[in-house]
Ligand binder design. Structure first.
Ligand code: DC
Length: 226
């Protein structure tokens, strides 16, 4: 059976770790839509396009060829032939992605790509507008969140382990998270919000394993009901 699972929520709620694990468990493809917005943002930075210049962004987006490739089950994001999967993870790109993802021309292009992927394969897709805009017919929708303090703590630990902290502190990371939350949920086009038929899950006091188990049981209940 073809099945699509939408996982939305704010930055740092653990969506990608959890969506990846759920996809692996089910044998579905995991699609990280944030990575697509990040690749587009990286392209805007490379082309020296200003944050406010929506027209130039729309024009420039036309020459951005963003594709997703799966290598050993892992998603790689290819921007104009180059694998940018790692370089899209900097704070600079995070910030630019949160700005440029408000641009409707950019959203239109990436939503079409996401819908095409989900039409041909069963996917677990994570993002901000998957349950509301990209896959409104998804059989299972999860809204995954956690407190900003907890999300900052997790991000800090992850960056510390990877050695990518640089000059960031726990406080600066939390500030960045709050700023992005605000922008993601207050933009005019496809703001971050819970779909009416999504299950709300707060992961602040849950382990990754507990969240994965919860989601798998929601999916199996849903699958039986279908
Ligand atoms: O999940 P992330 O941090 O990699 O997302 C990067 C940015 O892209 C974030 O500011 C929100 C935006 N985004 C979006 O607007 N819609 C999506 N479906 C996914 C991400």
């Amino acid at each position: 059976m073809h099945m699509n699972i939408a996982i939305d929520g704010p930055a740092g709620a653990g969506k990608s770790t959890i969506a990846k694990a759920v996809a692996r468990e089910l044998g579905y493809i995991y699609v990280d839509t944030g990575a697509m917005y990040r690749a587009m943002a990286l392209y805007m930075i490379q082309q020296n396009i200003g944050e406010e210049n929506w027209e130039a962004q729309a024009f420039t987006a036309e020459s951005a060829d963003i594709t997703i490739r799966f290598i050993d089950g892992t998603q790689h994001v290819i921007l104009n032939g180059q694998d940018v999967s790692d370089v899209i993870r900097t704070s600079e790109v995070s910030h630019m992605a949160s700005v440029t993802s408000a641009n409707p021309a950019i959203r239109e292009k990436l939503v079409a790509l996401q819908q095409k992927l989900a039409a041909s394969e069963s996917v677990v897709m994570d993002g901000r507008d998957i349950g509301t805009v990209v896959l409104p017919e998804a059989q299972v929708k999860i809204y995954l969140t956690a407190s900003s303090a907890e999300r900052a703590r997790r991000r800090y630990k992850e960056m510390e382990e990877k050695g990518t902290l640089g000059s960031e502190t726990l406080a600066s990371i939390e500030e960045g998270i709050i700023e992005r939350d605000y922008r993601d949920s207050h933009r005019e086009h496809s703001p971050l919000r819970q779909a009416e038929d999504a299950v709300y899950l707060d992961s602040s006091d849950l382990t990754i394993e507990e969240v994965i188990a919860r989601i798998l049981s929601i999916i199996s209940e849903k699958g039986e009901a279908l």
